[in-house]
Design a protein around this ligand. Structure first.
Ligand code: MIC
Ligand code: SF4
Length: 646
């Protein structure tokens, strides 16, 4: 046991319900608060309803609507009506469409230092900016947590990120997290928490910390954690919530598993180039690249400070001809503060297009770039096709780089643009307007509420009993870093089907191989084979639900991303890994595969033999599971497990 604890150790110890506190071991965490957003929320509340628990057992739970807000048909509006009814029935807060992006509003209104937060969105770690232990998970895990079940994680390795120095003008928090991604890649954080410490923190505001914690998700980390200090108090005070502040920090000389040192003074503006958040290059090297679109917003960079920085740069200037600049404020609170400060007018006068306070273009809900277009975005993910245009080139940058590049029509380093900028000051106190945030009703009122279903809301697919033997084809063989956007794409056409698994399944892997759903269905049962970091990206359990519906019983990969692996187990899909990564080449699409004595082998926990009948070879596999994971996989998934316990 360590003598000098990290803040992560302390937060985990304060919430541990079971397990040892050594890295790599499974630990159960008491969950104080939860959040859902609409694209994952409908399923989560259907699952919660199926558990038959009644009212949520958490201290605070919020249902946000921020993803599916376009309303190109009845589907999204029906989902919103369902979510509003679920919030009333189960005792949650409900944030109406347009009120803001879940992570931004949660910081402003609900985040409390020292609490645990589980959210059905992979960017839930944004709450780490306030000293929370905030983790993203699949909807079913969040439903279980709302029912009072602990949430289980592998006790993480803690990477300490020591910050020294101070950011230089036009270098921003986005550049800090891009630097982290440049150093550790999109899989460098798997199994770890990124914990920030050091003298450089004293100049980083909570909104800057939120950008860093938010995009820490792109490293695969379980979460990111910042101490709760004077900056935290300042943020809470500006939001009228200083009463929830408490100081939190690691012990002096805390024992980190690894330390990364970043001198903020030496950082320069950076960009993640197509098509991965870790493909990071200095903006100075990309300068001059012609662009056709700039989008400022998303849960990474849509705070007042971010948008005011963009407005300060655009003040008195014009967006270049041929460039479309969109602004999506993170919340109504941000938009109203910008408006009061005169920044909204500055942005509009410059030629910006003001969008709703939602995710918008970040998830392909409108604003797909032109064919082959180059788009600069302040978002967090630039996976191929995520914007809705398959051949678009997306660069991820800071608001400062985005704004100055919009003026010149080419990627521009703001440090060399000769800008004379007067910063628009942050409000001392943000005006609160809660008329789109509906509190949970009394228990008596809740009891009278019926869930409001629309025709597109279909029940949760049946979880199947655990198979004794698998003898079926490999229906798809893919490479490294497959994202959940590859497995279950989003965008304005597909997102409205999130509540209808049979319908959305038709788009499973559609960007990679549109013939997959038909092939998988025809096979009845099948296995998918992948490479490293399979399932990186979002928390969407649809990336496990759709394969489940299509008969996928197992995924064999070199390694898995954390949330997706849990989602597969929760759905009863077996996540095997190759004992020898090079064996990945030993299976091709269409090969006939046999795995025998499954439950016995899984119970024993040793190696499992796969016979590739087509190639006539034997391949050793593993399925490393925690105690509870094993139990729930063997009954066929989390919902069956919870019902069997009840
Ligand atoms: C994303 O950024 O990919 C999303 C859309 O917010 C997802 C959730 C979802 O797919 O609904 C996430 O990050 O978890
Ligand atoms: Fe929304 Fe984009 Fe943030 Fe996901 S990453 S929650 S889609 S703004």
């Amino acid at each position: 046991m360590k003598k000098k604890l990290t803040l992560t150790d302390k937060l985990i110890a304060a919430h541990a319900t079971s397990g040892t506190l050594s890295a790599g071991e499974e630990v159960g965490l008491k969950i104080d608060c939860t959040l859902t957003q609409d694209a994952t929320g409908t399923m989560a509340y259907l699952e919660f309803d199926a558990m038959g628990i009644g009212r949520v057992k958490t201290e605070l739970s919020v249902a946000y609507v921020d993803h599916n807000t376009l309303g190109t048909g009845f589907e999204n509006a029906d989902d919103h009506r369902f979510l509003a009814s679920a919030a009333k029935k189960f005792g949650l807060w409900y944030s109406c469409p347009g009120n803001g992006i879940c992570h931004q509003v949660n910081l402003e209104r609900f985040g409390v230092p020292g609490k645990t937060l589980l959210g059905s969105d992979s960017h839930t770690p944004t709450g780490g900016a306030l000293g929370m232990l905030a983790i993203g998970a699949g909807g079913l895990d969040v439903a279980a947590a709302m029912g009072g079940e602990p949430y289980y994680i592998k006790h993480p390795y803690v990477i300490g990120i020591e910050l020294t120095g101070k950011l230089q003008p036009f270098v921003s928090a986005k550049d800090v997290i891009l630097e982290v991604l440049r150093r550790i890649s999109v899989k460098g954080g798997v199994g770890c928490v990124l914990e920030y410490f050091g003298p450089g923190l004293s100049s980083l505001t909570v909104t800057q910390r939120a950008t860093i914690a938010n995009m820490g998700a792109e490293t695969g980390a379980t979460t990111s954690v910042f101490p709760s200090d004077e900056m935290t108090l300042d943020f809470l005070r500006r939001h009228g919530r200083e009463d929830v502040w408490r100081p939190l920090a690691a012990d002096e000389g805390a024992e980190y598993d690894k330390i990364i040192r970043i001198d903020l003074s030496t950082l320069e503006p950076l960009a993640a180039c197509p098509h991965s958040p870790d493909n990071v290059k200095p903006v100075s090297e990309l300068a001059g690249t012609r662009i056709s679109q700039v989008c400022i917003g998303s849960c990474t960079n849509s705070s007042f400070a971010d948008l005011a920085a963009a407005a300060s740069i655009l003040c008195g200037k014009q967006v270049a001809e041929g460039v479309s600049l969109t602004i999506s404020p993170g919340s109504r609170e941000v938009l109203s503060a910008l408006t009061k400060a005169g920044a909204t007018k500055i942005l509009l006068d410059a030629g910006a297009r003001l969008l709703e306070c939602t995710c918008g273009p970040c998830i392909g809900m409108g604003q797909s770039p032109e064919s082959g277009g180059v788009s600069l975005r302040t978002f967090n993910r630039n996976f191929k096709g995520r914007s809705g245009t398959a051949d678009a080139e997306i660069y991820i940058v800071s608001p400062e780089v985005a704004a100055v590049s919009a003026i010149y029509g080419v990627i521009t380093d703001p440090r060399t643009a000769g800008l004379d900028v007067t910063l628009i000051p942050e409000p001392e106190i943000y005006e609160r307007n809660d008329n789109m945030l509906i509190p949970p009703p009394s228990e008596e009122e809740s009891a009278k509420v019926e869930l409001a279903f629309g025709p597109n809301i279909k029940p949760f697919p049946e979880q199947k009993p655990f198979p004794e033997k698998l003898s079926c084809i490999c229906s798809l063989a893919v490479g490294d870093n497959i994202t959940t956007d590859d497995i279950m794409p989003a965008g304005s056409k597909i997102l409205p089907l999130r509540s209808n698994i049979p319908a959305i399944s038709e788009y499973c892997f559609s960007g990679i191989d549109p013939t997959f759903p038909a092939r998988a269905k025809a096979a009845g049962e099948s296995i998918i084979v992948g490479g490293q970091n399979y399932g990186q990206g979002s928390s969407r359990e649809h990336a496990a639900l759709a394969p489940l519906y299509l008969g996928v019983r197992a995924v064999i990969a070199v390694s898995f991303a954390r949330i997706h692996r849990s989602n597969l187990i929760n759905m009863g899909i077996i996540p095997f890994t190759f004992v020898n990564p090079s064996d990945r080449e030993g299976i091709s699409q269409g090969d006939f595969l046999i795995i025998d004595n499954l439950s016995e082998r899984i119970k024993e926990g040793g190696q499992i033999t796969l016979k590739n009948e087509t190639k006539g070879i034997i391949i050793p596999l593993e399925c490393k599971l925690g105690e509870r994971e094993r139990e729930l996989l063997l009954v066929g998934g989390l919902l069956r497990y919870i019902k069997s316990k009840a």
